[in-house]
Design a protein around this ligand. Structure first.
Ligand code: HEC
Ligand code: HEC
Length: 273
């Protein structure tokens, strides 16, 4: 049984919620060299499973999924010639369908640039160096639309990032950030999403905190939002400062999230309450 820290109970009390059922999960190692997931692979669940029936239907029926508006907008931007180079994404990459499978590998280490890229920073890179266009702001509709378009091409394919070789250091960094207690409430991501998933927190059910549906449409936002935006709310909820978009810490956390979602299907654009 995992023990829940007293600060966690303080936090629960602070929010006036009850974490009623017995907490904790048994942890089993897969092999000696495969890192141990906080939640056994066999119990892994997409955030979709924690949503209401109507939200699940909204996500799965692409004709009513509101996130598809961004995917469609992404397709328009994809074909538009922009920047000093006067090239569109399409000029170099062909039809968006050619991006099938790409999102399953991200965040990925880029050997040429010797850095980790999330799908978003990868797209920003193409915009600034290949198109020579002005950079797209992290939560801009244009970047969300392009990211959604690219990720959507991998719909239904299993998340499968690489964490070995040059990605290993970032993975380890992400793993330790995930366990690190932060903020005034002194809590880690793992305390909510690994030790207390399935519990109610105010009006929400805490999920396992997977990123396999991002960017996604959140009813509360009334628009599409990035994984970074979601993580930001989690950091704020424990009164902590989130890492900056595109920073090493941010990308390391995203890589760790992708690894712990390994095998779940890409669901972009997912829908959340
Ligand atoms: C002038 C050609 C050019 C343009 C324009 C361009 N790209 Fe790229 N893109 C590349 C090349 C070349 C690569 C391979 C990686 C590298 O070395 O930069 C790449 C890589 C990528 C990747 C990663 C693919 C993978 O398999 O990991 C994505 C995603 C991507 N581009 C998206 C875009 C988007 C979205 C646009 C439009 C905003 C765009 N690119 C515009 C040339 C281009
Ligand atoms: C106090 C509890 C708490 C902490 C600590 C916390 N989260 Fe969350 N998180 C939530 C709640 C509540 C939601 C919204 C309901 C849900 O989807 O789980 C959420 C949602 C998420 C989601 C979206 C899941 C989905 O399917 O859309 C991700 C990803 C996530 N959190 C990552 C993190 C990361 C990374 C950290 C650490 C930096 C973290 N969370 C810390 C409570 C927490």
């Amino acid at each position: 049984m995992a023990r829940v820290s007293s600060s966690f109970w303080k936090f629960s009390a602070l929010l006036g919620i009850g974490w009623l059922t017995t907490l904790g999960l048994s942890r089993t190692a897969i092999t000696a060299d495969e890192p141990k997931p906080g939640i056994p692979w066999s119990q892994q669940k997409s955030g979709l499973e924690f949503q209401s029936k109507s939200n699940r239907e909204r996500q799965e029926d692409l004709t009513v999924n509101p996130g598809m508006l961004w995917v469609d907008q992404g397709a328009e931007i994809w074909a538009r010639r922009e920047g000093v180079a006067g090239k569109s994404c399409q000029d170099c990459h062909g039809e968006p369908e050619r991006m099938k499978g790409v999102a399953t590998r991200y965040p990925a280490f880029d050997a040429r640039m010797n850095r980790l890229h999330s799908l978003e920073t990868r797209i920003q890179e193409c915009r600034s160096t290949r198109q020579q266009a002005s950079p797209a702001a992290p939560d801009s509709d244009a970047l969300l639309a392009l990211s959604a378009l690219v990720a959507h091409q991998s719909l239904g394919m299993p998340v499968s990032p690489r964490i070995d070789g040059p990605a290993k250091a970032s993975f380890e960094r992400g793993r330790s950030l995930y366990q690190m207690r932060v903020g005034q409430l002194n809590m880690s991501c793992a305390q909510c999403h690994e030790q207390n998933w399935g519990q109610r927190l105010r009006t929400e059910t805490v999920s396992q905190g997977h990123g396999n549906g991002y960017p996604l449409y959140r009813l509360e936002w009334q628009k599409l939002g990035s994984l970074h935006r979601r993580m930001r709310s989690c950091f704020y909820s424990v009164r902590s400062e989130p890492p900056e978009h595109g920073s090493e810490e941010h990308l390391a956390l995203e890589l760790y999230l992708a690894w712990r979602a390994k095998g779940l299907k890409v669901e972009t654009p997912a829908v959340r309450r």
